[in-house]
Write a protein that binds this ligand. Structure first.
Ligand code: NDP
Length: 238
């Protein structure tokens, strides 16, 4: 970003998987990172791995009040709002709509769609006032493509893409940048808890993308010059 090169980034779900890989990638480029997740111990481990300058704040992104507390804590640690927000935290429950429970549907919508809005809302006014800032949204190939056994997840990610694109339309020319990164299956701990559907269409984990491949794309988009917006990157394994 030349004179406005990003110095700080808040990454939700930064304690493992794709979020952690993004944190490592941005750190390598000299960007200070703040990781937000619920697990206190895992965050403490990451802080000692990544270095003392790393900010970790435990919190549940589904709770609007928690978000205000988390963003204030990150802002205090950085001495201002983060230059980059990576809306990454998410969950995945692949089930047919007649099997998916109301609670599971609601949980996916809350974490994958509503929480990213809470985060954005807490930071956007500052970005608009200062004329810079970058939202990086981690979507999914399922934010545009429909697969069976994926109704709840796809609903959340289609919605997330819509919110992201609306922001792009609303901030065009303002200096605020927006990048949607939509990967296919990525080998992360998310798969440890996924109960695969009967008609399993997913690749084995050794055939999935790595978290580092997604992080590379995010870091590249984040480091473009201030007058360049990378609208969208869709990434799949060969
Ligand atoms: P992981 O399950 O590996 O990591 C999820 C991260 O989010 C953890 O740090 C977790 O920490 C945090 N998190 C989960 N729920 C909350 C919450 N309520 N509040 C705060 N933090 C939370 O996931 P991935 O890295 O695989 O996925 C990251 C993103 O990438 C998601 O949005 C996912 O939809 C998307 N994606 C993933 C793909 C894949 O195949 N892995 C493919 C395409 C997109 P904690 O549990 O401690 O809160």
């Amino acid at each position: 970003m030349s004179s406005t090169r990003a110095r700080t980034a808040l990454i939700t779900g930064g304690s493992r998987g794709i979020g952690l890989a993004i944190a490592r990638g941005l750190l390598r480029e000299g960007v200070r990172v703040a990781l937000v997740a619920r697990g206190v111990e895992e965050l403490a481990t990451r802080k000692s791995e990544l270095g003392g300058d790393t900010v970790v704040v435990a919190g549940d992104v589904t709770d609007a009040k928690e978000i205000d507390r988390v963003v204030a804590a990150v802002g205090a640690a950085f001495g201002g709002m983060p230059d980059i927000l990576v809306n990454n935290a998410g969950i995945f429950i692949p089930k047919a709509l007649d099997v998916l429970t109301s609670e599971e549907y609601e949980r996916m919508i809350t974490i994958n769609l509503i929480a990213p809005f809470f985060l954005l809302r807490a930071i956007l006014p500052t970005w608009k006032a200062q004329g810079n800032g970058q939202l990086i949204t981690i979507g999914s190939v399922a934010d545009r493509t429909i697969y069976p056994d994926n109704g709840g997840y796809s609903a959340s990610k289609f919605g997330l893409r819509a919110m992201h694109e609306a922001l792009r339309a609303e901030t065009k020319g303002s200096g605020v940048r927006t990048t949607l990164v939509s990967p296919g299956a990525v080998d992360t701990p998310i798969w440890d808890t996924v109960v695969l559907p009967k008609e399993n269409r997913f690749p084995t984990r050794d055939k999935m993308l790595t978290s580092d491949a997604v992080a590379d794309a995010v870091v590249w988009a984040a480091l473009r010059p201030a007058n360049v917006n990378i609208d969208e990157l869709r990434i799949t394994a060969t």
